[in-house]
Design a protein around this ligand. Structure first.
Ligand code: UDP
Length: 328
């Protein structure tokens, strides 16, 4: 298939592009390089630098390449930032997605995969979290993804769009050639590895008084390559109907467990100190991925936290300055 990938220069997008190309698909990456990296784009993909806010640019890429499907990764993605700058999310994330959808349908593109989020489930009533859990977005970020999910629902009913909404839990790890390089970095695993690399003195644990086995928050870390493969499986299944999946490993690890595994993987003592809770952090988030396993036969190949952290460590060691295009 010919696939248009927005945000294909970003962390999850670039690794999905790599997997698509390995699977024999043709890829066009559309990215404004605001957070992404030109060097992360697979050399066999066509790269178009452009902005989803600019409808004419989106129409141009759509008309020039006539994709069979779209994977939409390009987004502002930070919960904390969305609480401070809500219009980046309730505005840009929503209007950029709308531009992309309007352009896609105007050009007859009817297969669409959305990067959605576990931030739809701020007050889960059951754990692990299944697709039919009550939706309570935890922030303007989560709300922006929920608004896009609802657009997809209605565009399926009214215009025959076939979509998959994939709600990621905690993406982590790296492929042998592509990894996570955010500026600034806010995510636990890359921050912990920065301590092992000597870029930081210590890691701060955001609260140890949660009702969990060691008092620190539990999260479901999923290997980015398993996430990428789920996109490809979902895309191939779209002609049988639209679908929504939660994507995680189904196992949760505490912040302290992540730090301990990172110590073992890196051989570095990784000093940690306990600080206050980070506002808005739920105690436990674990996905049920039963639905995608049952319907598409998806199986995570790297469910082991040690393998996930080891792959990230390998990439960071080989790329100590990430893609090298931003000051560290
Ligand atoms: N966390 C932490 N210290 C840090 C960064 C994150 O204790 O410097 C915790 C955070 O409170 C959460 C978990 O690590 O419980 C994962 O956070 P991350 O930001 O990686 O992902 P999130 O779960 O927010 O999507």
């Amino acid at each position: 298939m010919k696939v248009l990938v927005t945000g294909g220069a970003g962390y999850i997008g670039s690794i999905t592009v790599e997997r698509l190309i390995e699977a024999g698909d043709e890829v066009v990456v559309f990215d404004n390089l605001y957070q992404g990296h030109r060097a992360a784009v697979h050399p066999d993909a066509t790269f178009v630098e452009g902005d989803l806010a600019n409808r004419a640019q989106v129409d141009e890429v759509m008309a020039a390449h006539r994709p069979d499907a779209i994977m939409h990764f390009a987004s502002h993605t930070l919960v904390g930032e969305s609480m401070e700058k809500p219009f980046l999310y309730l505005g840009d994330n929503v209007t950029n997605g709308l531009n992309l959808l309007q352009s896609a349908l105007a050009h007859g593109v009817k297969r669409f995969i959305l990067s959605s989020t576990a931030n739809l489930f701020d007050q889960p009533e059951r754990m692990p979290i299944a697709e039919d859990e009550r939706i309570v977005p935890g922030s303007p970020y989560g709300e922006s993804k929920f608004i896009l999910e609802r657009m997809l629902y209605w565009l399926d009913r009214t215009m025959g769009l076939r979509y998959a909404a994939l709600r990621y839990f905690n993406a982590a790890g790296a492929s042998p050639t592509r990894g996570e390089d955010h500026h600034p970095e806010y995510h636990l695993i890359p921050l912990v590895l920065q301590v092992a690399q000597g870029k930081r003195d210590k890691i701060t644990i955001f609260g140890d008084d949660y009702p969990t086995r060691d008092g620190t928050c539990v999260r479901d870390y999923i290997h980015v390559m398993d996430l990428a493969d789920a996109h490809i499986l979902a895309m191939r299944a779209l002609d049988q109907g639209s679908r929504t999946y939660n994507l995680g490993n189904g196992a949760g690890f505490t912040v302290k467990e992540v730090i301990q595994v990172a110590r073992e993987v890196t051989g570095h003592p990784i000093p940690a100190e306990v600080g206050p809770r980070r506002p808005g952090d739920p105690a436990v988030l674990i996905a049920s991925s039963d639905k995608i396993r049952r319907e598409l036969g998806w199986q995570p190949r790297y469910p082991d936290l040690r393998d996930i952290i080891a792959s990230a460590w390998q990439w960071h060691q080989a790329h100590p300055n990430g893609y090298g295009d931003r000051p560290s």
